[in-house]
Structure formats: structure tokens, C-alpha cells
Write a protein that binds this ligand. Structure first.
Ligand code: ADP
Ligand code: MG
Length: 382
């Protein structure tokens, strides 16, 4: 498989090479590839988005990096160290470099622990015992996520969903990691709170030169935060490259489907988009099936598919603009596609190489304007 190097100038923090993970639905069922030959690189101080519908293998990829999923083949390299299949003891030391934030803050915040105790845990796991050092770092981190250090004495139930996610982020950063995996970290939050958390993540990235792997099913969120994006379908990479290129002129029909599915405030545009959308064939989904298919996994849903697409799996090939796409019909399909309606003013300004730092481009006002029109005020105070 062709590999992509979108940011050859910045050092790689995390590299996944040709990762394959096989699962069985039931014990006697045949294996299916939840991840099939996935390669991606996250560089210093940048955000790689990982997008795909539910069941496409995103969380499995996060688990591979965290050592929680069985890797059939391929490698994971973190700061030039091969961490594929390392022992649990060796993995514990990675906590200084690698941390994760999940959709549900309860994953990292034990409801019966004070916030201070939950925040102390990652440091204790690294052998740091000094109460003074831990308390000092806890106060700094709570302030970093715009919370009062007095929060350390309280319990998770005393905070809103947005505040709890801020606390989860503070906890993930306690050990000053360089690489943070965010798996649907804003998906459970109201739109206005999502915007605040995205702003916070990009501010923290600027401040600490953090690298993120940002997993989401929502293209508008990915477009907003991520410098680069990898599009996953049935465990395979369909397209990857700088987000502004991928979102402005998708090279894969599946990416176009995702873009057309992202919500937009204008009902006229929304209606026009429905007619331009690729209709899924019945019985197909983003989840891989064991049914042996030698062709492109998207062929059953793709209106541009030809016989080759059903027979032969397309190689992920690098394009002159630095992108990579796995599509036999690229670029011809773009001529055949019904025109996608233009959006009046995409309020979620896509990240361009020149628009970094992100904190200046991602502001709540623009974000809420873009989202499906319903500005939720339930949890604005965080
Ligand atoms: P996503 O995060 O993109 O929604 P997942 O990575 O959670 O997708 O799942 C990818 C596919 O792998 C799904 O079909 C899911 O049912 C399957 N899967 C995930 N974990 C397991 C497991 N432990 N055993 C068997 N199948 C699994
Ligand atoms: Mg998931």
C-alpha cells in the first residue's frame, strides 16, 4: 500500500503502518477485518482527524494504539519506538507520552472519587508520589482548562457534561503527554459546548505543541479542528490528506457522501444536498462483513462504480497535491457527479496550512452558526 507523507517537514510522533485487526462476530464465525491495511502518521503539534460512519473501525484504531486490540499485522511507532505488542509493564511507562480522552467522561472520572483523586491517578501511575507536586500540577491543569482549582475537592456529579469533559482533558494532560487520542471526545456534548471544547483543545495544542488523533463521525467537527484527515470505510482508508483539500474537493465518492451528510443551517441548501447525495444500496453499511469481497468496499453504495470496482480492490495512490485516494474512478467520477450545492458561507472555517494556530480560526460564534441551526443553550456555562 502506498504511504502518505503530508507533513514531511514536521517530525512524526505516531506512525501506524499497514495495521490489520481481525475479529469474529461469534466464536465459529469467520474473521472479518475491522482494520485492513491502515497506515497513518500524526506529526508534532498537528491534528489528524479520523472520520467514518459508525462501525468503520475508528475506535478499534484507538484501541490498537492504546494496546487494547489484537494486532494481526502491521506496526505502531510512538516517537521512534515500536510499541506494537509490548508488555503491559512496558506500556505503563507510555503514560508519560500517550494519553486518551473518550466520549464519556465517566470512563476516566470515577464518580466516587474527587476530581483531585482522579487527576492524580495518571501521575501516580508514573511513580510520582509527591503530594505537593501532584497538587501543584492539578491546580495548573484545572486552570488550563478554565476551571477553578477548588474543583479538585468536588465530585464529577457536581459538574455539567462540558465541565466533566474539560476535567477529562485536564486529567489526560497531567503527565505532559505529547500525543493525545480523542475518541468522539465532543460527540456527546451540545453544539455550543462542543465549540468551547474544540477551542480549548486547539489552545492547549498551541500552548503545549500537542499532537492529536481526533476521531469523529462528524465531518463538520473534523473540518473545523483537524489539519489532516483520514477517511475510513469498512476498516480501509478511502482517502487521506490535508483537510482543506479533502473537504473542498473530495477525491473519493465516500468522502463526498460524508460531506453531504454533515448538517448545515440553510434548509434550501440542505434540500439541494439531499438530491446530490449518494443513496446507499440496501443492506450495506460502514461495518465490514466477513462476506469475501475482492473489490472496493464502497462499490455497493457507489453510483460511479464500474465492473473493476466490484472485482479489484483499489490501491491507495498518492496524488500530486499530497493526498492519497483508493478509487479506480478518480478523477473521472467527479465529472459524473451531480453538482453539490454550494454552501452560502461555511461558518466552520476549514483549517488551512496558513491558518494555524487554530485558536484564531475556531471561535464559538462561527461554529454555532454552521451547526444544524439549533443553538443549544443547555450547557453554555462551562
Ligand atoms: P467505530 O468506532 O468506527 O464505530 P469500531 O472500531 O468500534 O467502529 O468497530 C468496528 C467493527 O468491529 C464493528 O463492526 C464492531 O462491531 C467490531 N468490533 C469492535 N470490537 C470488537 C470485538 N471486541 N469483537 C468483535 N467485533 C468487534
Ligand atoms: Mg467508536
Amino acid at each position: 500500500m502506498t504511504t502518505t507523507t503530508h507533513s514531511a517537514t514536521t517530525p512524526a510522533v505516531l506512525e501506524l503502518r499497514n495495521i490489520r485487526v481481525g475479529y469474529r462476530r461469534r466464536r465459529k464465525d469467520p474473521l472479518f477485518w475491522a482494520l485492513d491495511d491502515v497506515t497513518l502518521t500524526v506529526t508534532r503539534g498537528r491534528t489528524m482527524g479520523l472520520i467514518g460512519e459508525s462501525g468503520s473501525g475508528k475506535s478499534t484504531l484507538a484501541k490498537v494504539i492504546l494496546g487494547l486490540a489484537p494486532v494481526h499485522s502491521g506496526s505502531v511507532t510512538l516517537l521512534d519506538r515500536d510499541i506494537t505488542g509490548i508488555s503491559a509493564a512496558q506500556r505503563r511507562t507510555l503514560g508519560r507520552t500517550l494519553q486518551a480522552v473518550f466520549q464519556d467522561p465517566n470512563t476516566s472520572l470515577n464518580p466516587s472519587y474527587t476530581i483531585g483523586r482522579s487527576l492524580a491517578e495518571p501521575m501516580r501511575a508514573q511513580g510520582i508520589r509527591s503530594k505537593e507536586q501532584i497538587n501543584k500540577r492539578t491546580a495548573v491543569m484545572l486552570q488550563d482548562v478554565n476551571l477553578d482549582p477548588a474543583a479538585a475537592k468536588k465530585y464529577p456529579r457536581q459538574f455539567s457534561g462540558g465541565q466533566r469533559q474539560r476535567i477529562s482533558i485536564a486529567r489526560a494532560l497531567m503527565t505532559e503527554p505529547q500525543m493525545v487520542i480523542c475518541d468522539e471526545a465532543v460527540s456527546a456534548l451540545d453544539l455550543s459546548v462542543q465549540a468551547q471544547i474544540l477551542n480549548l483543545l486547539s489552545d492547549l495544542q498551541d500552548e503545549h505543541q500537542l499532537s492529536y488523533l481526533f476521531i469523529s463521525h462528524d465531518m463538520s467537527v473534523v473540518r473545523h479542528l483537524c489539519h489532516d484527515v483520514t477517511v475510513l470505510y469498512q476498516g480501509q482508508v478511502m482517502e487521506s490528506g490535508p483537510t482543506h483539500l479533502v473537504s473542498q474537493a473530495p477525491a473519493h465518492p465516500y468522502t463526498r457522501t460524508l460531506l453531504l451528510a454533515a448538517p448545515i443551517a440553510d434548509p434550501t441548501v440542505q434540500r439541494q444536498r439531499r438530491t446530490a447525495r449518494v443513496a446507499p444500496a440496501s443492506g450495506t453499511s460502514a461495518t465490514p462483513t466477513p462476506a469475501v469481497s475482492t473489490g472496493c468496499p464502497f462499490a455497493p453504495r457507489c453510483p460511479f462504480a464500474i465492473a473493476t470496482c466490484w472485482d479489484t480492490r483499489p490501491e491507495l495512490r498518492t496524488l500530486p497535491d499530497g493526498r492519497a485516494v483508493a478509487c479506480h474512478r478518480y478523477p473521472e467520477w467527479q465529472q459524473e457527479a451531480p453538482p453539490a450545492p454550494t454552501t452560502p458561507a461555511p461558518a466552520l472555517t476549514p483549517v488551512t496550512p496558513t491558518s494555524v494556530p487554530l485558536s484564531h480560526t475556531i471561535r464559538e460564534t462561527s461554529y454555532t452558526a454552521m451547526s444544524s441551526g439549533e443553538t443549544n443553550t443547555k450547557e453554555t456555562e462551562i
